[in-house]
Design a protein around this ligand. Structure first.
Ligand code: RB5
Length: 150
């Protein structure tokens, strides 16, 4: 069985939780690629969302995790990329639904509003939940702007 690669990145507001989730992902057996930031010094979320979203958009890597203070800046940036479905999830139920109904391929966490324990629970729920397909596949197919992705 090949090890799944997963990407993770944050700005300064998500840095501390990112480091913890990185270890959780490694413990779960993932090949984690950390795209920064690597310190708690102030930085700009888009600089970290773009490289991660690009790799998911092209299919180079299937899934990724982004963290910033609210999750919003990271999600705005990542969702500009075709085929990226970046879901802000603040509890495990939202994370599960983001997978079941929306086939989310990027999990975005509002780090300033979560404990480590909550972050790990949300992450696990998102990783473990499959997409339901069916009527949800039809809806997900309609997300992309028509004729925007040749
Ligand atoms: C940084 O202060 C904060 O604005 C950022 O982490 C994020 O919450 C933006 O959406």
């Amino acid at each position: 069985m090949t090890t799944e690669r997963i990407l993770i990145a944050s700005d300064h507001a998500g840095f501390e939780l990112k480091e913890k989730l990185e270890h959780a992902l490694e413990d779960l057996g993932f090949d984690v690629q950390d795209l920064g930031t690597n310190t708690a010094d102030s930085t700009d979320y888009a600089d970290y969302a773009h490289p991660l979203a690009q790799k998911v958009s092209t299919g180079e890597v299937e899934r990724g995790v982004l963290l910033c203070g609210t999750g919003l800046g990271m999600s705005y940036t990542a969702n500009r990329y075709p085929r990226v479905r970046a879901a802000v999830a603040w509890n495990p139920d939202i994370a599960k639904l983001a997978r079941q109904h929306n086939d989310s391929n990027v999990l975005v966490l509002p780090a300033r509003f979560l404990s480590e324990e909550q972050g790990v629970e949300i992450l696990k729920a998102w990783l473990e939940t499959p997409f339901e397909g069916g009527r949800h596949a039809r809806r997900v197919d309609k997300i992309e702007i028509p004729d925007s992705n040749p």
